[in-house]
Design a protein around this ligand. Structure first.
Ligand SMILES: Nc1ncnc2c1ncn2[C@@H]1O[C@H](COP(=O)(O)OP(=O)(O)OP(=O)(O)O)[C@@H](O)[C@H]1O
Ligand SMILES: [Mg+2]
Length: 242
C-alpha cells in the first residue's frame, strides 16, 4: 500500500488542483479550474451538462492529463508522475466510479468487485468475503452472480461503488453515482456511501446534478464553463476534521 502520498501536513489539503486546462479539439472542457479536497471530506461538484465535471474528475484521479495546471496529491504531483505510478495510485489510494459504470461485462458482479483486491494480491477467498460485504452494504449482494448486462442501471452503479470502496481507498471519485436511481434508491445509496466514507475517513468527490444528493456533502462547488465557482462552506464542514 502506498503511504508516501498520505502524509499531508496538518491543515493542508489531501488533493489540490490549480489552473487546470483541458481541451478536446476546440472544446475547452476546463479553463483554469482549481479545487482543494481535504482528508475525509465529502465534496459535491455540480454544474450544467457539459460544464466539465467528468473532465475535472478524470484529471483529479490521474486518468486524464491536463493540458496545463497541476494536481497535487499529498507530496506528489499527478501531472508529473509516470504512468506506472498513476496506475498504482489508482489501485491503492483512489477508487473511481465512472459516469457510465464500466464494470467488466464478462465477469459476474462478485468478481468485478473482488478484482481490485485480487490485483493487489489478496487471496481469492478473502477478496470474495470483502467484496460480498461491500455488495451487501450497497444492497446488491443478491445479484452477486449476475453479469453487469443482466443488472439494472442502478444495480450496476451500486456495484461500481462497492468496487471503488473495496480496497479501502483514501479518495473515492464518483461521477453521478445515483444518476440511474430513483429518489429512494438514490437516498439509500448516498446514505451507504456517506456512512462508509465517514467510518473509514475516506474523502469523496461526488459529481451530481441533484441537490438532494449534494446535501450529503460537507461542501459543494459548482463548475461553470470549465471553472470552479466559489461557494459558501456548509456549516457541517466547519466541525469537520481538517
Ligand atoms: N473525450 C472527449 N472528446 C471530445 N470532447 C469531449 C470529450 N470529453 C468531454 N468532451 C467535451 O468537453 C466538455 C465537458 O465535458 P464533460 O464530460 O466534462 O461534461 P460534464 O459536466 O461531465 O457533463 P454531463 O453532466 O453531461 O456529464 C463537453 O463540451 C464535452 O463535449
Ligand atoms: Mg459527466
Amino acid at each position: 500500500m502506498s503511504t508516501q502520498a498520505r502524509e499531508v501536513p496538518a491543515g493542508a489539503p489531501l488533493l489540490a488542483a490549480r489552473g487546470l486546462v483541458k481541451s478536446y479539439g476546440r472544446t475547452e472542457a476546463l479553463r483554469g479550474a482549481a479545487l482543494d479536497l481535504y482528508a475525509g471530506e465529502i465534496l459535491a461538484v455540480s454544474g450544467a451538462s457539459g460544464s466539465g465535471k467528468s473532465t475535472l474528475l478524470h484529471c483529479l484521479s490521474g486518468i486524464v492529463r491536463p493540458d496545463a495546471g497541476s494536481v497535487s496529491y499529498g507530496r506528489e504531483q499527478l501531472d508529473r508522475l509516470p504512468e506506472e505510478r498513476l496506475s498504482e495510485l489508482r489501485r491503492t489510494d483512489f477508487g473511481v466510479v465512472f459516469q457510465f459504470g464500466q464494470l467488466i461485462p464478462e465477469l459476474p458482479v462478485i468478481d468485478n468487485v473482488a478484482l481490485p483486491l485480487l490485483l493487489a494480491g489478496v487471496p481469492r477467498a478473502e477478496a470474495h468475503t470483502r467484496a460480498d460485504a461491500w455488495l451487501e452494504r450497497f444492497g446488491v449482494r443478491g445479484q452477486r452472480e449476475l453479469r453487469p448486462g443482466e443488472m439494472s442501471g442502478g444495480q450496476v452503479q451500486r456495484a461500481a461503488l462497492a468496487r471503488a470502496l473495496v480496497t479501502g481507498p483514501r479518495v473515492v471519485f464518483a461521477d453521478e453515482p445515483t444518476g440511474a436511481l430513483d429518489s429512494l434508491g438514490g437516498e439509500q445509496v448516498m446514505t451507504a456511501l456517506a456512512h462508509a466514507a465517514r467510518e473509514t475517513h475516506t474523502a469523496v468527490v461526488l459529481i451530481t446534478h441533484d441537490a438532494q444528493v449534494a446535501a450529503y456533502a460537507d461542501r459543494e462547488v459548482r463548475l461553470h464553463d470549465g471553472t470552479v465557482q466559489e461557494s459558501p462552506v456548509l456549516p457541517q464542514a466547519v466541525a469537520h476534521d481538517h
